[in-house]
Structure formats: structure tokens, C-alpha cells
Design a protein around this ligand. Sequence first.
Ligand code: ACO
Length: 431
Amino acid sequence: MTENQTLTVRDNRTGEEFEIPITDGTIRAGDLGKIGRTDDDPGLAVYDPGFTNTASTRSAVTYIDGDKGILEYRGYPIEQLAESSTFLEVAYLLIHGELPTREQHDQWVHEITFHTFVHENLKSQLQGFRYDAHPMGMLLSSVGALSTFYPEARAIRDPQVRHDQIVRLIAKMPTLGAWSFRHAQGKPYVYPDNDLSYTENFLSMLFKMSEQKYNPDPRLAKALEVLFILHADHEQNCSTNAVRSVGSSEVDPYSAVSAGIAALYGPLHGGANEAVLKMLKRIGTPDKIPAFIEGVKRGDEKLMGFGHRVYKNFDPRATIIKKAVDDVFEVTGVNPLLEIAQELERIALEDDYFISRKLYPNVDFYSGLIYEALQFPPEMFTVLFAIPRTAGWLAQWLELVDDKEQKIARPKQIYTGDRTLDFVPAAQRWA
Ligand code: ACO
């Protein structure tokens, strides 16, 4: 396999031939740049809107095989992590590249737990938002604002400084997310309770009212733990690419992560589970499902929560989430939309339209149902995604910062506009 790992390219414009090395199934775009290069021509480039077939980095964080339905963090299958690990252990794994020893784990959990509070001025900033502010907009701006509280974060070459900001970000995300949620309800913000686990504390900051101590239902805390693990990383997706792209300017990690939150805010990335919920509500009752499926097959609309750009067999996260659904509904009572979702899935999985196009439920098909059962309004769904994804963004950011091959992200363009027009001043043009 190591022999002939080259590509021979003949430039028919000149008859010249080039031999380009192939490494890890890729060629270097820079090698293509040697083809046809003259004083007037910068050489051949690739045109790839959306980077659908361009590797932007070498990465050892997350492995996905979409055809086989495999997702691994640092080599560990997502199924095993979701079953037996905790979110903070997974965050440690993503960031450090290996599982912690007991001492490392305890130290990590201690550090995260004791950085959950945010500066009171940041609280004032959140309180300044309008009553109906979208929680994701609040999260985005408050994470960006964190950089002003920790100006030392700019020293991104200092490992200790990097570590401190990583701990702060993972620790403070649930606080900022929960406060954005409380703000919309006009309820007082709840301070972190450092006696509780990461997800228990999050539930406490979300739902605590007048009780002295909030005792979250362990089944809900566990379900949230599983959801957080499933969403912790997904290699070079839109928001991770945003974090890396912005991070490549060597800005502080708060600013880079706020770029990731901004990318996740968009409906094509973080908003699909909300669309699933709306679809299920619109269908309303199981007897309407066949007519709905016919509409999908006619191309009237999509079956939201089905299909994935990468997973063409099944989404391993969807299988795990289905189990969490049962646990949550045991506590909250069954969401009547579940019956419609299950029937929709059953019918779709037997239908040739979906089978032939390799369309299976994705992670969003059931997550919206869980979030709704936990009394989250749809605007909170992306916040619940951003909190755990922060661990993945930071793992990818660390990898970027240490990667000698990375440069400031600066793609090429194919210029299609006018050239060398003569400017006529406004007074003359409008005369
Ligand atoms: N319902 C009905 N038909 C679908 C669906 C769907 N959900 N998804 C894809 N198709 C059809 C397409 O119309 C196309 O049919 P054709 O070959 O007859 O033209 C075929 O399946 C292939 O679809 P593509 O659009 O080429 O697949 P792509 O990989 O580009 O899109 C995507 C993937 C965007 C996820 C798509 O499946 C979709 O829109 N699904 C619904 C939205 C959704 O659930 N998004 C969440 C994704 S997971 C996440 O982001 C965390």
C-alpha cells in the first residue's frame, strides 16, 4: 500500500505532467498550486464551497465512520462512554487525549466545580437584556464578554493559562446557560451549588425556587449526563470549524468559543430538534402520519430528524438517546408526541423511499422530546447543545494551537466581479 502513493496529473493546457504525493488519502492543495503556475497565474486551486471534500486539519480527537455508524472520542466508542462514563470524565478525555487517573479526575472535577461562579458584573450584563432575549444570543455575548474579565487569556502559548481558561469555560457554561433561561422567565438567577455534580448543579440553577437545597432527580441528572456526552464533540462540523477558523488568528479561547456558539445558533446546525418538535405537533395524531409521509415522498417537505450528511447507516447517538427517552419519561410522564415519533420512525424505516436514500433517525429526532419533557422552551435547545460542545471546541482549539502546520485560516476565492472601473464622484454621477 505504501508504493505508488502518488497521483499523476497531466495539464492538458500545456501537456505538462505532475506527480503529486498522496498521504492519508489526501493530496496537498499546495501541490496543486504548482500546476500551471506562471508569473501571471498563481497555479491551480480547488473550489470547494462548504469544504465538503477538503480536510482542514489532522486531528486525533474524534473519529466518525458514517457508513458504519461509528463515533469515537479519542478512540473510545460513544456507546461505552454514554453507558459508563460521566460528562466531566469525557471532557477530560477530549481535552487531555487520555482517560484520567483517579487523582487527575478528582483534581479536574474539583477545579471545574470551583470555577462555576461568574463575576457579578457579568450577571449585570445578562440582566440588561430585554425580557424576551433569545438565550443563545445571551450565551453568545456573555461568553465573548468573559474575555474581558480574564485578559491573561490572550497568552495562548502558555499551557497553564490555557488550562485555566479551559476550566473556567467548561465550569461557567452551565451557569450562563441556566441564567439565560431564568432571565426569560423573570425568575431570580440561582447561584451554583458546588455540592452537586455538573448536571445536578445545572438542573439546580435551572429549576430551584424557594427550597433551601435543590435535590435533582438522579434519573434526570443521568439523562442529561448522557445527552451531554453525546453532544460533546463531532469532529469538523460547522461550529468547530468556526472555533478553529477564528482561533487561527490567535485570539483568546473565549472569543473563539463565542464564534462556535454563533455558528451553532444557526438553524441548519443546532436547530433541527426544534423543527422535529414543530413537525410532530403539526402532525398531531398518529392517523395523520400516512398522509404526512406521502407528502414527504412527494417532496413537499422533509421528515425532520431523519438523514445526516455523514451517517448513512444509522446515527449511533440516536440509538443511545432512545434509551434516555424512557428514563426521562419515567420521571416526567410520557410526552404524547412520543407515540407519533415512534410510529413515524416505524413507518419510515419500512418505506423504500427512506431505505433507498439511507435516511435514518439522527440525534435530533428524539432529543427535542426529552428537552420538552424537561420543560425547556425550544429556544433553549441549542443552549443545551452548546454547553457540552464547549469541551469538544476546546479540545479542537488546543489541537489547533499546538499544530505547527496550522496557519491563519484564509481561503481563496474565484473573483467574479468587475475590474478597473473608473470611479465617478457622487456629485457628478447624480448631476
Ligand atoms: N426527509 C425526506 N427526504 C430527505 C431527508 C429527509 N429528512 N433528508 C434527505 N432526503 C432526501 C433528499 O431529498 C434527497 O433525495 P433525492 O435523492 O430524491 O434528491 C436524498 O434524500 C439525499 O439527501 P441530501 O439532501 O443529498 O443529503 P445531505 O447529506 O445533503 O443532507 C441533511 C443531510 C441536511 C441532514 C438532510 O438529511 C436533512 O435535511 N435532514 C432533515 C434535517 C435534520 O434532521 N437535520 C439534523 C442533522 S443532525 C445535526 O445536525 C446534529
